[in-house]
Design a protein around this ligand. Structure first.
Ligand SMILES: [Zn+2]
Length: 113
């Protein structure tokens, strides 16, 4: 499966990189991170592919929150993590279901491949 190298959020390009070891600001090994300053998502490849995909969605939600000017909440992990996990858990089963291909193709617009 080819991996995306970027995603556009509110018109901003957010780079996506996959690497085995991803560390939090505190130095803990984590599934993924979103760095607002560097406009970059890191996803750890130390986990299986489904976990990598749900992690990518989780970090995308952080990016969407940040670019929607929710930075204050973003800096307070205790505040932002519960709604982020909630969104990840409700969105991922729908976003990752291949039977929804026509639905998302419609959202992308008629001219996309
Ligand atoms: Zn998070």
């Amino acid at each position: 499966m080819s991996r995306p190298s970027a995603v556009y959020v509110h018109g901003f390009k957010v780079k996506i990189k996959f690497k085995e070891i991803v560390l939090s600001d505190e130095g803990h090994a984590v599934s993924g991170t979103f760095d607002r300053a560097g406009s970059e998502i890191l996803v750890s490849t130390a986990f299986n592919e489904t976990h990598q995909r749900s992690t990518l969605l989780h970090e995308l939600i952080h990016a969407m929150q940040a670019y929607a000017n929710m930075q204050i909440a973003y800096t307070e992990n205790d505040v932002i993590e519960p709604p982020t996990y909630m969104l990840e858990r409700v969105l991922f089963p729908v976003f990752s279901d291949r039977r929804n291909r026509a639905f998302f193709t419609f959202l992308l617009g008629a001219e996309c491949e």
